[in-house]
Design a protein around this ligand. Structure first.
Ligand code: HEC
Ligand SMILES: [Cu+2]
Length: 331
């Protein structure tokens, strides 16, 4: 990815330098060549030159169109983490970076990752706007309170790389730095160790019970809210007919601002959990909700479980009927 970003930058800089230097040189040359002289006191007026104007419109148009499509393609690649990427949870806090690995292992200001493996960070902030910046990976993204952000990267070399907070966040902002340590795959596994018993998904599961989510989101459709099993990546129909894909950002927003998007067929009765759960806890809840897959408990296919939610929502009479053949959904 770093190579691709650099190539685009090189192209943009090369085009800019070529035209800046070229235009300035030509301007100086023409000024000297056609300066006022005794034998040529009056300027000759020229009124337009169509071919010339077409050339100097079409060529730059082509050059900047290349910038646009190349940039858009790269932007998309950077936004979409590969399917096989590893998830790490990040919270920015005055003035430190907290990381939590998938097995629950935590660290502060140092992030260990394996080489040649896409890593996807799910980030939130406990207080102000921070910004995660790893220059070597060409990764930089704001980390905002009240909003979930994602970035991904794949380190291609082992070693230690700088990590900065790139958004002024208070008196000790300059000390909110750290490093990313890229290790060989098996060295990383050894470092990571086994299950710590408090993975983000596990913590999220506990919160799901302790915060009372389970009372409304029972997996057997008996609650007052939609069943969340198999929700990750699903297309959700909202009140008013619009559709959204249930990605991380949607799930995050559903918990912190439930009123922002109401699922069709349900009442807006879900209370906001902003302030009740810390930012990190909301990220853990998102991780847990995403992990709810029907097939993980040997139940029906995810697609089937996903479908049962909107149906039962509209007509309470079908609830029992659809809920019975899907007991696997009830974890
Ligand atoms: C008082 C009942 C209630 C509680 C408690 C509750 N919810 Fe909800 N939730 C709902 C209802 C009703 C909806 C659907 C309407 C809407 O979109 O707000 C919903 C929607 C959602 C959605 C979007 C679902 C979809 O199909 O798009 C998610 C995710 C969610 N809740 C997660 C949670 C989590 C996590 C908690 C606990 C922190 C929680 N809820 C607590 C009632 C509740
Ligand atoms: Cu900061």
């Amino acid at each position: 990815m770093a190579g691709k970003v650099d190539a685009l930058y090189f192209y943009i800089v090369a085009v800019s330098v070529f035209f800046t230097v070229g235009i300035v040189l030509v301007a100086i040359m023409l000024a000297v060549k056609y300066r006022r002289r005794p034998e040529n006191m009056v300027a000759t007026q020229i009124h337009g030159n169509l071919p010339l104007e077409i050339i100097w419109s079409v060529i730059p148009l082509g050059l900047v169109t290349v910038m646009f499509f190349w940039g858009a393609k790269l932007f998309n690649e950077q936004e979409m983490a590969p399917k096989n990427s590893m998830d790490i949870l990040v919270t920015g806090k005055k003035w430190m970076w907290k990381f939590q690995h998938a097995n629950g292992k935590r660290e502060i200001n140092v992030l260990h990752i394996p080489v040649n493996k896409p890593v996807r960070l799910t980030m939130g902030s406990e207080d102000v706007i921070h910004d995660l910046f790893v220059p070597a990976f060409r990764v930089k993204h704001d980390v905002m309170p009240g909003r979930l952000s994602n970035v991904w990267f794949e380190a291609t070399k082992t070693g230690s790389f700088h990590l900065f907070c790139n958004q002024y966040c208070g008196t000790e902002h300059s000390r909110m730095v750290g490093k990313v340590i890229v290790m060989e795959q098996n060295a990383y596994q050894a470092w990571l160790g086994g299950d710590t018993g408090e993975s983000p998904v596990k913590s999220g599961e506990k919160l799901f019970t302790s915060l009372g989510c389970a009372t409304c989101h029972l997996s057997n459709n008996a609650g007052r809210g939609p069943v969340l099993v198999g929700i990750a990546g699903k297309s959700i129909e909202l009140l008013g007919g619009a559709k959204v894909v249930a990605d991380d950002k949607y799930l995050y927003e559903s918990i912190t601002e439930p009123a922002a998007k109401i699922v069709t067929g349900y009442q807006p009765i879900m209370p906001t959990f902003k302030g009740l759960a810390t930012e990190e806890q909301v990220l853990q809840l998102v991780a847990y909700v995403k992990s709810l897959k029907a097939d993980s408990t040997a139940g029906p296919a995810p697609a089937e479980a996903g479908k049962s939610a909107p149906v039962t929502a509209d007509s309470p009479t079908t609830t029992a009927a659809t809920a019975t053949p899907a007991p696997g959904g009830a974890q």
